[in-house]
Design a protein around this ligand. Structure first.
Ligand code: GLC
Length: 535
């Protein structure tokens, strides 16, 4: 029997390394998460997604897995993980773990075996290891680029090349190899047996490659965002056979689910969430939307239609551990490329108050939409991107691999401030692995809890109201707004949401019963960038 709890869940993403440090080593850990589970339950989310916590050299924040069945020692032990899952369940919270099937760490036993074996050894066929081009084979097999920068191929001592679409320490697996397929079915089962409610699957539109290894057309920015289907390594039709294998494994258990990190065009999304594939796939076009009424509405409608075409609902998120936090994105002039702005600036074009105001409104329209919502740790505190981390401490491999032309993702991974003072504002007993700016104390959970109008209390109110006033299913009704600049929709049961994108104030109907407003001092008049729920 399977239920569909995930259809309207609110899942809180925990980036383990930066969430809470229980043992004072500067790194977040599983016991830190355990200590904050009551906070998450009180916030009003219904589950959490834990970023990779497996044994790892942490070259790419744990997305470089050395052992899929064990926990990274600096995060804790397998027993800690089991206890965390059980305690979350006791609080009514579901737990998703992050599965990374596209590549392993170069420290993984399989890769070590492969590179220590002679050319042609079967152990090499678990990865994509090929001869090079050119007279001596000293040129990479294709022109493919790593997403982090530079060639996607690295040469082994014996002259052959291995593919790594990400860091050089993240060799890509060969998914046509049945041993690879069987191993991952087993890894899924391992975590399902331990009690995981589901999986966030990394690089879900990767895995399958064009095994003829053609060159690709190189254009502009390096992104995972596959704009065209059947690219040499993104969004290939043959990826779906592997997804079906995993879904069959999940169906052996009750109530489990999986969500895809698939950066594909909206018209390709439905393929990933067919009834025998993923349950969910993030609507990344919504995340990437500018603060523009038509663009947002267009991307919302596209996501709803696309999911609806396979009888499913969309999966919304505004921030995650890979993108500039939305409180900062929304404070940049319309159309700014926030990825390049991080390094290139100018940083004084950022209007932090504007971003904060829009973030207060954004959570309201996101929570009112049909479908499931994912929050990223710290957004409930209104944390902005820390865009000015000193270059010499950057940890993200993007910084080095891009030849210092892209700053990477450290700025959204700065440790969470839990209290107003202390060496890391309550993150742990000493400074965290990345430094926090001084203003983090004022944004801490302690500073905001119980304070009317704070971002934290705003999130708590919105989440509480979502559970009582937003229907589990059903459509969205778009209506003409009071002005052409007001985005207006309502949901079955009578909740109406207005967001004012214009510069003129908008007055609410006289009989409107106000449920929540994004502006702390709201008095029936909706200002620029404000949102309101009423019925
Ligand atoms: C995904 C993860 C990202 C990671 C990459 C390689 O995009 O979200 O953090 O660097 O995959 O695993």
């Amino acid at each position: 029997m399977s239920s569909s709890w995930w259809r309207n869940a609110v899942i809180y993403q925990v980036y383990v390394r930066s969430f809470a440090d229980s043992n004072g080593d500067g790194t977040g850990d599983i016991n830190g998460i355990r200590s904050k589970l009551p906070y998450l339950a009180e916030l009003g989310v219904t589950g959490l997604w834990v970023n990779p916590w497996y044994a790892s050299p942490l070259r790419d924040g744990g997305y470089d897995v050395a052992d899929y069945r064990d926990i990274e020692p600096s995060y804790g032990t397998l027993d800690d993980a089991k206890a965390m899952i059980a305690e979350a369940h006791d609080l009514g919270l579901r737990v998703l773990v992050d599965l990374v099937p596209n590549h392993t760490s170069s420290d993984h036993a399989w890769f070590q075996e492969a590179i220590n074996a002679p050319v042609g050894d079967p152990s090499r066929s678990r990865y994509l290891i090929r001869d090079g081009r050119g007279p001596d084979g000293n040129e990479p097999p294709t022109n493919w680029k790593s997403i982090f920068g530079g060639s996607a191929w690295d040469q082994l001592d014996d002259g052959q090349w291995y593919l790594h679409l990400f860091d050089t320490t993240q060799p890509d697996l060969d998914w046509t190899n049945t041993e690879v397929q069987e191993e991952f079915k087993d890894i899924f089962r391992f975590w399902l047996e331990i009690g995981a409610d589901g999986f966030r699957v990394d690089v879900a539109h990767g895995l399958a490659k064009d095994m003829d290894f053609p060159d690709e057309e190189i254009s502009g920015e390096l992104l995972q965002n596959a704009k065209t289907p059947n690219h040499p390594y993104w969004d290939r039709d043959d990826v779906h056979q592997y997804i079906r294998q995993w879904r069959a494994v999940l169906e052996e258990y009750d109530d489990r689910m999986m969500v895809a990190e698939a950066w594909v065009a909206p018209d390709r999304q439905p393929l990933y969430i067919r009834p025998d594939e993923y349950h969910q796939s993030f609507a990344f076009d919504f995340l990437e939307s500018n603060w523009d009424k038509e663009e947002l509405r267009g991307n919302i409608e596209a996501a709803i239609d696309s999911a609806g075409s396979v009888d499913n609902v969309p999966t919304w998120t505004l921030s995650n551990h890979d993108v500039v936090r939305h409180a900062t994105r929304y404070g940049l002039p319309l159309g700014t490329n926030w990825r390049t702005w991080l390094l290139d600036g100018p940083h004084d074009i950022l209007d932090a108050d504007l971003g904060n105001r829009r973030a207060r409104a954004a959570i309201m329209f996101m929570l009112a939409l049909p479908g499931c919502v994912y929050l990223y740790q710290g957004e409930e505190l209104g944390l902005p991107e820390v865009y000015d981390l000193p270059l010499e401490i950057l940890d993200d491999p993007v910084w080095v691999m891009s030849g210092n032309t892209a700053k990477g993702r450290d700025g959204c991974r700065v440790p969470i401030p839990w209290s107003t003072s202390g060496p890391s504002f309550g993150f742990g007993e000493r400074e965290g692995w990345l430094p926090q700016p001084d203003f983090f104390g004022a944004l801490s959970a302690e500073a905001q809890a119980g304070v009317g109008g704070s971002m934290l209390e705003h999130y708590r109110s919105a989440l509480a109201l979502r559970s009582t006033h937003i229907p589990d299913s059903g459509d969205i009704d778009w209506a003409d707004g009071p002005t052409s600049d007001t985005l207006t929709f309502s949901r079955p049961g009578g909740l109406t949401c207005w967001i004012n994108f214009g510069s003129d104030d908008v007055e609410l109907p006289e009989d409107a019963e106000i449920l929540l407003a994004s502006e702390p001092s709201f008095n029936r008049v909706l200002g620029t960038d404000g949102a309101v729920w009423f019925r």
